[in-house]
Design a binder for this molecule. Sequence first.
Ligand SMILES: Cc1cc2nc3c(=O)[nH]c(=O)nc-3n(C[C@H](O)[C@H](O)[C@H](O)COP(=O)(O)OP(=O)(O)OC[C@H]3O[C@@H](n4cnc5c(N)ncnc54)[C@H](O)[C@@H]3O)c2cc1C
Length: 404
Amino acid sequence: MAVAAQPYTDKTDEQRAITEMVRQFVDEQIIPNAEHYDHEDEFPAPIVEQMRELGLFGVTIPEEYGGMGLDLTTYTMIVEELSRGWISISGIVNTHFIGSYLLMKFGTDEQKQRFLPKMATGEIRASFSLSEPEAGSDVQGIKSTARKLDDGAWEINGQKMWVTNGLMSGVCFVLVKTDTTAEPAYKGMTCFLAEKKPGVHENTGALAGFTVPPKIKKMGYKGVESTELVFDGYRCPAENVLGGEEAGVGQGFVQMMDALEVGRVNVAARGVGIAQRALELALRYSQERKTFGKQIAQHQAIQFKLADMATQVDAARLMTLRAARMKDAGERSDLEAGMAKLFASEAGRFCVEECFRIHGGYGYSKEYEIERLYRDAPLLLIGEGTSEIQRMVIGKKLLQRHKI
Ligand SMILES: Cc1cc2nc3c(=O)[nH]c(=O)nc-3n(C[C@H](O)[C@H](O)[C@H](O)COP(=O)(O)OP(=O)(O)OC[C@H]3O[C@@H](n4cnc5c(N)ncnc54)[C@H](O)[C@@H]3O)c2cc1C
């Protein structure tokens, strides 16, 4: 069936079963416990363990490697449900998903055999690292390097920033420069599979030179750690160049940008999830709270807010699923992924703020879930390309497609 003819929100029986299962898990295990982990800024280990049991770390990994072998569309539906509960939980899955995508698309057979089965079960989880203290949007401006040693290994040096799952991951897909003189700069960049011990700050032995400083203190998006990474003489074997040395050296930027495209659909789904939750909370509270002798939901000004929120949630969901379905159908979807990420992350921020306003003073109280959502939502405006960068991507792709 042609993608365009398929209603974007239609679910197959399998998709319905899996999203209902995830929704139940979210309602029973994530929403009631998120406040605790958020308040303590504690890694939600029991929830992650249950996610492993549900197979959620292997959703898109092929069955031959022990995963579920599901498509991006189904994954997107799952991420929306998880994010409706708490976006930190979807953050734990997100970088892992990007790592598995990189391996599935660019990895050598040996790399796939070595990593994917353990990643499918969540035994090892992945992080990915482009950003540095002085370069986020401008990826080509990174300074970390890798140089080839006489014995064939690569030595990585440099500092990375804002690595989600930086401490708890067992492998980090890290982008560094292998040719600092390359023009343009992106041609001199390579992605390495930097292995490390999960949960260990100072790696030793064969992994020495890979340090994870204490986690960065954040306004929201708590529970999942964001860290710097310090590489100081860290030795990475040649077989850990993504795609192998011959095919992979100098290809890191292109590989990472490809992965960011699916990453954007994933962030869009997180925007839909948090927006959906804000709408649910607003619908409930507005029918509980009374002012001037009636439910606040009966004031037209509040109904207009609910209407705008519901419209944004719907539009964001449709755009996100369209981008995912196009990617699954093998169609070019870079423009649509950028548009979905921009719209859905802004919709998340909008809906959360409207929900906050509807809660009046109670929205400012930690007694109400909206307070957490209000601190969590802004992350989506930044991660995987800010709204400004998204507009640049959309503008560039538009002009490419409509060149006169
Ligand atoms: C909680 C958290 C988790 C993260 N997780 C990861 C991760 O796992 N891996 C990873 O690699 N990175 C991660 N990041 C980093 C994130 O991708 C970057 O913060 C983001 O890309 C923006 O980069 P920057 O912070 O350096 O801002 P800058 O690039 O310095 O941008 C600052 C401002 O300038 C604007 N701007 C920049 N260039 C332009 C331009 N050309 N035109 C117009 N405006 C412009 C930006 O939109 C922004 O408003 C994470 C960030 C956060 C906050």
